[in-house]
Structure formats: structure tokens, C-alpha cells
Design a protein around this ligand. Structure first.
Ligand code: SF4
Length: 350
């Protein structure tokens, strides 16, 4: 009989397994620590587990990471890892080195159902939700390749909409933040959403102290709908209400991500509308010049236009930062993840 892979098992599940194998639940906690915190995947070497438990674990279980099939390094040292999952789906993880530590951009779904018009992943269509093991596995692979301290910040900003894979996302975050798990504080984790309003409320109520980033891209309803079909479902008013709720409940600043598209959302009028709409929300705005995706219609504004837009906003809004694209030469930048080896069909713009 094939062994069961424990990758992604939660603390409660491992406690249950220890109990089912005739041991005390706290042995499951020790197993959890060996797997996620110490990084020992060989049950035989888990010296504080009884010989009986180690043998039983070996009979039925295994702990196996994800299968990396490609690793690409950008001119700016950004790394992209391509994984092949058990059902042959491909997903990507990006490691962005920064002055003090790395930011790891994690995928939450294979493909994405939301079809944002500027995003390569969105053109793939939806494959499926990633399991907890497939999200945790991305981080464990980063640790294995780059070392134990390789994970600084974690952003759920890779392929997929994390809030549409909500339950698995929450369990993944619980394993990441657990003291006996990866032991990475929630304040270093950012969940980035296209604006799934009910789950923004749920995340605010979850008690997890993670950060929230919302892809806004326009403060005009009609323009946002052109860029992001999800805006047809959740209006800007509802989205801003959810953002206010999150900021109030979690006592945290929201980040609004705003990708600048040349001649589309980068004018004085756009900046004024944005400043007006976010008034009163504790937030910062992250501006990013669009990273062109082959086959899609939008183009990148000049650096001068980006500075102009940032300058106007700075005078009217709270905190504005301009994010530099990283890893563009290996298609690892925001909106470019599409698993180049997938050979998917591109959907054309309407
Ligand atoms: S931007 Fe995010 S939500 Fe939109 S299609 Fe791409 S992966 Fe999906």
C-alpha cells in the first residue's frame, strides 16, 4: 500500500495520528516540530519518539517535499522555482532577495479563475486549489535550497487568488506561524487579494495577525471592471468597506496595490479619484509600473509618468511607495507567473 505523505498535516492531524498509533497526543506535537521546525523528515532519526511510534510511522507514512523541475535566476538575483505537482500541474514560487532578507512569493492555486486582464496566470484559467502541503511545500523547498534563514517575508501573491482557497490558506498560515512549526511571525506574512469581500471580513475575524494587500488598480468602478472581472461581483464601495473593517478590526494598515498602465489609469484625474476614495482608510499605496505580458494589450508607463503619479498622490494621500519590478527577465515579476512550460492557451482580450 502506498504510504501517506504527511506534508501539510496540521498539528491537530499529527496529534490524532500519534493517538491512532497508540501513543500520547503530545508525541504528535513532537512530530510536528521535527517536520516543520527542525526539518528532519526521517522518522527513524526522531530521537524523542518511541521506537514503536517511529516504526509505525515508517510503515504507513512518509514526508516528502515538492518536485522542483526548474530553477531560474534573474539578472537582479531574483529566483523562480517551478514545481510539478502529483497531477502534473505546474506552479511557481519566487524568491526576491532584499537588503535585509528575502521575500517569498507563494502560489495558492494552479492557474486562477479570476482572469484579470493584465495577468499571465489569469490567462491560464483555473486548474485547482493548492493543498496545504503544496503551499507549505513551496516554503520548505526554499528553506532546503537557500538555507534555514532564507525566509524573511512571505507574500501570498503568486499564482491564484488566496482568499478563494480560504480554508487551506488559514491552515497553511497556522503551520507557518506556529512556534513549533516554521515559527515565522504573522506580521511577516501578507495575503494579497483581488478583492474577495466576504473573505476579507473572514480574515479580519480570524484572529490571524497577517497583513492584507488589495489589488485596486483603479478607483473608478468602470475602469476597474475592465481590468478585473471580479469587480463586477464586488463593488468598490463594498471593497472599501471591507478594507475599513479589516483595518479597524486588526488595527493594521492596509496596502492598496496599484499597477500603473500607460494612458489607462495614470492620469491626474485617476490620482485625485484614488486619493478621494481612500480618505480615512489607514493605508499605504504601493505603485508598480505594469510588467508587460506577451499577447496582452496594456503597456508600461515611463518612469517619469510613474514619478509624476506618485508625486501627485504623495501630496494628497498617506504613504505612497513605488515598488520596483524584480525578476522581469525570467518572467517572475508580479502578474507574469504562468509556468512557461505549461503550453496553455492564451485567452484574448475582449
Ligand atoms: S492578478 Fe491574481 S487574482 Fe487576478 S488573475 Fe492574476 S492571479 Fe488571479
Amino acid at each position: 500500500m502506498a504510504k501517506i505523505n504527511l506534508l501539510g498535516s496540521s498539528l491537530a492531524e499529527l496529534e490524532q495520528i500519534a493517538t491512532d498509533l497508540g501513543d500520547k497526543p503530545f508525541k504528535g506535537r513532537q512530530l510536528f516540530k521535527w517536520l516543520y521546525n527542525i526539518g528532519q523528515y526521517d522518522f527513524g532519526k526522531m530521537t524523542n519518539l518511541s521506537l514503536h511510534l517511529r516504526e509505525k510511522l515508517n510503515e504507513k507514512y512518509i514526508f516528502e517535499g515538492l518536485n522542483i523541475i526548474e530553477r531560474k535566476t534573474s539578472r537582479d538575483d531574483t529566483e523562480k522555482l517551478l514545481f510539478r505537482l502529483d497531477d502534473n500541474k505546474l506552479i511557481e514560487t519566487v524568491v526576491i532577495p532584499e537588503a535585509s532578507n528575502n521575500t517569498i512569493c507563494v502560489s495558492s492555486q494552479a492557474g486562477c479563475a479570476l482572469g484579470c486582464r493584465y495577468c499571465a496566470t489569469g490567462q491560464l484559467g483555473f486548474g485547482r486549489d493548492l493543498s496545504v502541503g503544496e503551499m507549505i511545500g513551496q516554503l520548505l523547498s526554499v528553506k532546503n535550497i537557500f538555507g534555514d534563514d532564507a525566509i524573511g517575508n512571505i507574500v501570498f501573491m503568486g499564482m491564484g487568488e488566496p482568499l478563494l482557497n480560504y480554508d487551506n490558506l488559514i491552515t497553511t498560515i497556522e503551520i507557518i506561524t506556529a512556534e513549533l512549526g516554521l515559527s515565522i511571525p504573522a506580521r511577516k506574512i501578507t495575503v494579497s487579494t483581488s478583492g474577495i469581500v466576504p473573505q476579507i471580513h473572514a480574515l479580519a475575524d480570524s484572529g490571524l495577525k497577517v497583513n492584507l494587500a488589495i489589488s485596486l488598480n483603479s478607483a473608478f468602478e468602470e475602469k476597474r471592471k475592465k481590468l478585473m472581472p471580479v469587480a463586477n461581483k464586488y463593488s468598490l464601495d463594498k471593497l472599501f468597506e471591507a478594507a475599513r473593517y479589516f483595518a479597524r478590526k486588526r488595527k493594521k494598515m492596509i496596502t492598496f496595490e496599484y499597477i500603473l498602465f500607460r494612458g489607462f489609469n495614470d492620469s491626474l484625474t485617476d490620482a485625485k479619484k484614488l486619493a478621494e476614495k481612500i480618505k480615512g482608510i489607514p493605508c499605504k499605496i504601493n505603485l508598480l509600473a505594469y510588467n508587460p505580458v506577451e499577447g496582452l494589450d496594456y503597456s508600461r508607463p515611463t518612469d517619469e509618468q510613474v514619478d509624476y503619479f506618485a508625486g501627485i498622490l504623495n501630496r494628497m494621500a498617506s504613504v505612497v511607495t513605488v515598488r520596483k519590478s524584480r525578476g522581469t527577465d525570467i518572467s517572475a515579476a508580479c502578474g507574469q507567473l504562468a509556468g512557461e512550460n505549461i503550453g496553455h492557451k492564451k485567452r484574448s482580450l475582449e
